[in-house]
Design a protein around this ligand. Structure first.
Ligand code: ATP
Ligand code: MG
Length: 391
């Protein structure tokens, strides 16, 4: 029998609303792909639990466990020890496998689950038996059924019984891909890596689009965005980063449009180009890191005037969040330190002195009427560079 394996618990509630089979298949595929660098593993799933067992001694279970913490669709994960479906074997497994945790804790309880109803004891009887034995063996332990430091979990399942300690929280959400594909606009700031993360968490597979404006923006600014995209991949899985040159569009706007509308028009071009990328890849939405009232270009009217050019729905998961809340997520996912590196974004090039904060859509349309919109979009797309980033 295996020495140790990983048990992953799926989000139970969300399974009701979705096709459970699709959910589990997608999750298993995501896990298999994610674990490839760490060796060979058998990944199977039964009764809302995914089992990951190493197939070779070289397979790195600890690294696999760490990687699984960032895979969406998993609510909790544990390393577990399999043993025979027998009360003494289970007790012995708990004593040895959880020895260090049992020695360190002050209070504990045993929680048993019996998926195999042929097992001769009820869950309660099994918990009492194992609990009694552990209580005798570890004098430091006092039973506490309400708020124990350590819960010893015993799961009697089809193939074996499994023993594990307190589970660790998973990344939650839905497996990336179950909700289709979206195009996320990624700048070098704090917000858009967080919005990308949040939509990936809801099961969207993402392509990322970044606009850069050499020579106004530097190579370092571009490298920073590539690095941010890389930092997201443990969550998002494979992504393609589309890097689109934006200099000509910005210069044309500056030459031909009223200054107060610069940012709004520029944002409309971003949405148009992202929409074109979306069409090509069969995306169902665009994603931005916009947040109501955060800057002049994020008032209701400004958001409305940029959305004016979009055929796809625009998802803005940060719309109702405070900056501190966004920063907290940014830190948690490990993007913050990179996001705050001081390289300019193309948005900060040619910023108007008095940006229009409550524009009317017709005014914005009129303000950009001097531009050859279609040609500019085509030329920008012709200069697109694609980077494949994988796990
Ligand atoms: P962020 O912190 O994500 O840069 P922000 O608060 O600075 O956002 P804006 O600069 O107005 O806001 O940008 C709003 C959104 O537009 C961003 O969250 C992002 O989705 C998109 N965006 C802005 N600049 C770029 C860019 N250079 N490339 C791709 N998308 C961009
Ligand atoms: Mg920005």
């Amino acid at each position: 029998m295996q020495e140790e394996l990983i048990l992953l618990k799926l989000g139970e509630l969300v399974l009701k609303g979705l096709n459970r089979h699709t959910f589990e298949e997608r999750l298993q595929n995501n896990i298999r792909r994610r674990l490839r660098p760490f060796g060979k593993f058998d990944v199977t799933s039964k009764q809302s639990t995914v089992y990951i067992a190493p197939l070779t001694p070289e397979s790195d279970l600890d690294a696999a466990f760490e990687a699984c913490k960032r895979i969406f669709g998993i609510v909790a994960l544990s390393k577990a020890h399999p043993c025979a479906k027998d009360k003494d074997a289970i007790t012995e497994a708990a004593k040895t496998y959880l020895h260090d945790q049992l020695s360190a804790a002050h209070t504990f309880k045993v929680e048993s689950k019996r998926a195999d109803k042929r097992f001769p004891m009820t869950s309660i009887q099994l918990s009492q038996w194992v609990g009694g034995e552990l209580d005798d063996t570890f004098p430091n332990l006092t039973p506490d059924v309400h708020t124990p430091e350590l819960t010893v979990h015993v799961e009697v399942r089809e193939k074996a019984a499994y023993v594990h300690g307190n589970p660790e929280p998973g990344a939650g959400g839905l497996p990336v891909g179950v909700n289709g594909v979206g195009v996320s606009l990624l700048s070098g700031g704090i917000d858009s890596p967080v919005s990308s993360y949040m939509m990936a968490k809801r099961g969207l597979a993402l392509d990322l689009v970044h606009f850069f404006s050499p020579p106004y923006t530097s190579d370092q600014a571009k490298e920073k965005v590539i690095e941010l995209a890389r930092l997201l991949t443990p969550y998002t899985g494979r992504v393609i980063l589309h890097i689109v040159p934006f200099t000509e569009i910005q210069e044309e706007i500056r030459k031909n449009c009223p200054e107060d509308y610069f940012t709004l028009i520029m944002r409309r071009f971003m949405m148009r180009i992202a929409g074109r990328v979306g069409e090509r890849i069969g995306a169902g939405c665009l994603v931005t890191g916009e947040c109501l009232g955060q800057v002049a270009s994020q008032t209701m009217e400004a958001l409305g005037s940029t959305e004016d050019v979009c055929d796809l729905p625009v998802f803005r998961p940060l719309i109702g969040m405070d900056k501190e809340e966004i920063v907290a997520v940014s830190r948690r996912i490990g993007a913050f330190e990179t996001s705050i590196l001081p390289y300019e974004d193309c948005c900060t090039v040619f910023t108007p002195r008095h940006p229009k904060t409550h524009p009317k859509v017709e005014e914005v349309r009129a303000a950009e009427s001097a531009l050859a919109v279609t040609e500019l979009v085509e030329r920008a797309l012709a200069g697109e560079e694609k980077l494949k980033l994988s796990w």
